[in-house]
Design a protein around this ligand. Structure first.
Ligand code: ADP
Ligand code: MG
Length: 735
């Protein structure tokens, strides 16, 4: 191994992870923060969005006023305008160069004393193409650039080295290709280019971090070459090959991390938890209020098979909202309790944790009432633990978890706290994984002596490439069907701008639904909104409805700023049916289960993303009654936000919507907290565009683990460390 600083095994990683200031100086480094570029490696992986070639003329019609651009165009004509005053030969005048792409026109204007204008005119030869860099403006309906920096080209489109300007522009281009970087006002593209070149030049000794066999199989160029290829390309093909290497590196680093993590957990010993025929699980099955669907049965079998192994289960269970994941998870927990172990169920919100507690104790009946006189012999105790519980309630829950008395411990991330101990934690179930990072999973798993089995539940349908990237260390099962007798939800967009009377009609519909004995959710994007001028929030809307159109109904309010008692009270009175209409924020988004709720009105629906809306409406139509979801918006037809709503209204297929969502959003959002930080490990890799690269990297990572099971390859160790560091940074930012 090379000796490198800062805990890195390779010189290259040490250099790439050096702070940018060490190469560019602190002042410049600070300017890069806006581009989320903090290290030398960040900068070198910040690659041009596209390249301008001296041989192609820029389409002038595509220029947007206000943008800073580099334009390749031909000088069509030149005209000097003298000052009109007499004897003004020495006074400043104006030179106009009309540039053209053959079609459109752009006027480059230069101001100066006559001898300067003459000099410029000599540089800007009519009929010759040049590269002009500056800000596009409009003057008298004409595209215009004042004082562009420019260099002229020869017939082959190469920049000619004759002007003084060449010196400045040299940083822009070599071999006639000019990279256009994503830039900021303070950091125009040529400055980014110059800095990238400095960083590249400062990269010293550069042994490629990937071994030769891997580069051969992946058919990628060397890393140092790749950096040069993207920042100083001599051809577009070369630049593309360079970018391909950098994309591959991101895929490979994540896949290596996943592969070693998989191997690591496979090598850890877990206590096998074989299913027993006459325990708690069997007693529960005998009293279950419904038949399992075929899908639930298959997934359960796979889980039981995993649990009986002496290595820890690492399984992801994905299934549409309402597909019945909870009961599958519960049966896994019961199987573990049957072998003397405990199960922890981690939920993303307090509301959901209490909901799970109620659902699970409700399903278990006296099987979940603890081992007391009169309860069945196989019974266990179920406890809930959340951050806002009273100290005494918390103490009691902690005690029962630590003593092993509680077979099932349900909680929010409060379960991650140090003082939470288990007697024998055998299974960790994580609901709605997208809100938890890999690290949190690890913290919880760390509370067990032997590695616990892990089951992750998610209702967000995840396209396969995303699953491989984010959950690549998990086996995946999917519940595709919904339990029989489930009514479909009809979704309608209510255009409040063009048809304000439709909103009144919506409230009328709410009253009808309640009159029919059903219940209604009204969801608002905000808690309180009028102060910020952003429209109504839960508080205002509830007040307005209570005094106006819904004055005869029993309204409840639920949002994140309420105390947890108030939240629980609101939720349980809605669940009990003593509240007709619950006006709430998205705290009801995940998991909340009230089968009698059949209608949902989403206020300012355009504020929500596709997947979120799909999740939200999954809260209704959970019983036998037809559901209806109204998406209220003032956004006009054709706007992107409105198109999203129309898409949600058009289908109930979560997978189709997830794909659409992915196309519309940056991956960071889709990947959730695990990846979306300011220093995401995925700068260039797109889970949509590069799914084939991801698949290839996944295979190669598996080979890497077999060839090097003990992680001796310095570049592998560094790639994994870098990935973990970035993910940890993301997690810290989001927790
Ligand atoms: P999710 O997958 O969204 O977590 P839940 O587990 O909350 O779904 O299940 C939704 C509802 O369907 C619950 O009321 C649950 O009791 C019910 N359910 C689950 N499985 C079945 C089944 N096989 N038959 C009928 N109802 C079921
Ligand atoms: Mg659920």
């Amino acid at each position: 191994m090379d000796t490198a600083i800062g805990g890195w095994h390779t010189q290259l990683y040490a250099q790439l992870n050096a702070a940018l200031g060490s190469v560019l100086g602190e002042r410049t480094a600070k300017e890069f923060q806006g581009l989320r570029i903090h290290t030398v490696g960040d900068l070198l992986r910040h690659i041009p969005r596209h390249y301008l070639s001296g041989t192609d003329l820029t389409e002038l019609a595509s220029l947007v006023p206000g943008e800073l651009v580099a334009v390749t165009a031909r000088v069509a004509s030149l005209q000097q305008y003298q000052s009109r005053q007499t004897g003004a030969r020495s006074r400043p005048g104006r030179l106009e160069a009309t540039l053209t792409d053959g079609d459109g026109r752009l006027v480059a204007t230069f101001f100066g004393k006559p001898h300067l204008l003459d000099w410029w005119e000599a540089q800007l030869r009519a009929g010759v193409a040049g590269l002009f860099v500056g800000k596009v403006g409009v003057f008298r309906d004409q595209l215009q650039m004042s004082h562009p920096t420019f260099v002229m080209m020869d017939a082959a489109g190469r920049i000619v080295a004759s002007s003084e300007e060449k010196e400045r522009l040299a940083t822009l281009s070599s071999g006639g290709l000019v990279g256009m970087y994503p830039a900021t006002a303070k950091l125009p593209t040529w400055k980014v280019a110059e800095c990238a070149r400095l960083a590249l030049a400062a990269l010293g000794d550069c042994v490629d971090p990937w071994p030769q066999w891997l580069r051969d199989q992946a058919e990628v160029m060397e890393l140092r070459e790749a950096f040069a290829a993207v920042h100083e390309p001599t051809s577009l093909a070369e630049a593309a090959r360079g970018a391909a290497r950098l994309v591959f590196d991101e895929a490979m680093s994540t896949q290596l991390t996943m592969a070693y993590r998989r191997a690591d957990s496979a090598a850890r010993a877990a206590r096998p938890r074989p299913r027993i025929p006459d325990g708690l699980l069997a007693a529960f099955d005998a009293q279950m209020p419904f038949e399992l669907t075929a899908g639930q049965q298959q997934v359960s079998e796979a889980i039981f098979a995993d649990l009986s192994q002496s290595r820890p289960m690492q399984r992801l269970l994905q299934g549409e909202v309402g597909s019945g994941k909870t009961v599958v998870a519960l049966r896994a927990m019961l199987a573990v309790v049957d072998t003397g172990g405990q199960a922890a169920l981690l939920a993303p919100t307090e509301v959901l944790a209490s909901q799970h507690y109620q659902t699970i104790t409700g399903l278990l009946k006296d099987l979940g009432g603890g081992r007391m006189l009169g309860t069945p012999e196989v019974a266990t105790d179920v406890v809930v633990l959340t951050g806002s519980m009273s100290t005494s309630a918390k103490r009691s829950a902690l005690l029962r978890a630590a003593s092993g008395e509680a077979g099932i411990v349900i909680g929010t991330h409060a379960l991650l706290a140090d003082q939470v101990q288990f007697a024998e934690l055998g299974l960790v179930v994580i609901d709605e994984q997208h809100r938890f990072g890999v690290e949190q999973r690890a913290v919880l798993a760390g509370k067990a002596e032997a590695a616990p089995h892990v089951l992750v539940l998610t209702a967000t349908p995840i396209p396969r490439s995303v699953a491989m990237t984010v959950f690549g260390d998990l086996e995946t099962s999917t519940l595709t069907e919904l339990p029989a007798g489930r009514a479909e939800v009809t979704t309608v967009v209510v255009d409040a701008a063009t048809h304000p009377q439709w909103v009144d009609r919506a409230w009328q519909r709410v009253r009808e639904e309640v009159a029919a004995g059903r219940q209604v959710f009204i969801v608002c994007p905000r808690i309180g909104g009028t102060k910020t001028g952003e429209g109504k929030g839960v508080v205002e809307l509830a007040a307005e409805l209570g005094e106006g159109p819904l004055s005869d109904l029993r309204l409840g309010v639920l949002h994140g700023q309420l105390s947890s008692e108030a939240k629980d009270a609101a939720m349980s009175s809605f669940a009990a049916g003593s509240v007709d209409v619950l006006v709430a924020t998205t705290v009801i988004e995940v998991g909340v289960d009230v089968p009698n709720a059949t209608m949902m009105v989403v206020w300012d629906a355009d504020r929500f993303g596709i997947s979120q809306l799909h999740q939200l409406r999954g809260r209704i139509g959970r019983g036998a009654h037809q559901g209806v979801c109204l998406l209220v918006t003032s956004i006009a037809v054709g706007e992107p936000a409105r198109t999203r709503l129309d898409a949600v209204a058009a289908t109930n297929d979560g997978f189709a919507l997830a794909e659409l969502d992915l196309e519309q959003r940056r991956e960071g959002d889709v990947l959730g907290s695990a990846q979306a930080g300011s220093r995401s490990s995925l700068r260039l890799l797109s889970v949509l565009e590069h799914s084939d690269v991801i698949a290839q990297a996944r295979e190669l990572a598996a080979i890497a683990v077999t060839r090097d099971p003990n992680l001796r390859t310095p570049g592998f160790a560094d790639a994994i460390r870098a990935t973990d560091l970035l993910a940890a940074g993301d997690w810290l930012e989001h927790s």
